[in-house]
Design a protein around this ligand. Sequence first.
Ligand SMILES: *Cc1c(COP(=O)(O)O)cnc(C)c1O
Length: 385
Amino acid sequence: MKKIQMVDLQGQYQDIQEEISHRFNDVLTNASFINGPEVQHFQKSLEAYLGVKHVIPCANGTDALQIAMMGLGLEPGDEVITADFTFAATVEVIALLGLTPVLVDVLPDSFMIDPTAVEKAITPKTKAIVPVHLFGQTAPMDALMALAEKHHLFVIEDNAQAIGATFTQANGEKKMAGTIGHVGATSFFPSKNLGCYGDGGALFTNNDAIAHTLRGIVNHGMYERYHHDVVGVNSRLDSLQAAVLNVKLPKLDSYNHSRRQSAKAYNEALKGHKDLILPKTVNGCEGICESCDCHVFHQYTLKVLHGKRDGLVAHLASLGIPSGVYYPIPLHRQKAYIKPSYKESDFPVTNDLSEQVISLPMHTELDAEQIGHITRSILDFLNNI
Ligand SMILES: *Cc1c(COP(=O)(O)O)cnc(C)c1O
């Protein structure tokens, strides 16, 4: 059996090695390192793939979130509501811009921001909601967009973990994750579903005026060379990273398909165990659909009940099987983001999740033998303590 890894980037590279070398050579020969043809080609291809009017490439996913907030004109003192259960990047940029993060609890089945908690947290100072499409499926966008409309708020989708996922709106229209709110932000960090070989990110929007503003901000606030109209940043996707993404984007659907196949195999092997709650596919899809991309399994994350999670993590580690705990400490308890107004009773779900979740190895190269070994090891542990 091949050594089990959380993410197997070497295995995936072997299949695309030649194509990557070829494109790298072109970039090196042309010395078009910044904003070269690879970047422009990637921008157009991603716009077509997502069915969105504008893609603005940038340097990483954290920048994408920050630039979205700058581009929407959010100002110090404005409140931005986001999920307590997510990677810190989301809340970090809110705080960095002098905006006020307002963390709210998530839903127990999907781990997504809870629209009821969002509504309760809205004040006259609230300007935006940042739902995070966690682990590969989308937050409840119908409810969130309705709240945003009612209270005149912006919605910035953190789509770092769900590129390629779809969301079917209440009116039946199918949209790609990240293209539903006012701005979507994504990351091409190597381990994401669409990852480059370093850092990369992008913003999406269907709004021409917002797109224009964002394009200036990523490039020092310049709309005309050496005219700085707004305060900007230097945040570019470089051509070598775009070259990798140009090779991988056409394969994204098949990559996501193999992730779904692995998720299905995990589900089959682990279903019905009293100590486990398997990941739930929400947004109108039951189970794991063959034909639909409602969940792209950035992570396969299950809940381990009865206080057995940490023991399971240690047991798997002792067998050389990696696993991850995303996320072990809720953001409302992180030193940088503690606020006196937060009460533990406001975050019952996140608090439980931080003690229960485990993410199993998930990538495009997992095979049946590896999944069999992982799931047998899990069941052995649970059935013998
Ligand atoms: C990875 C990630 C980010 C940050 O992306 P970087 O490219 O690493 O800056 C932001 N939000 C979420 C939910 C992520 O998973």
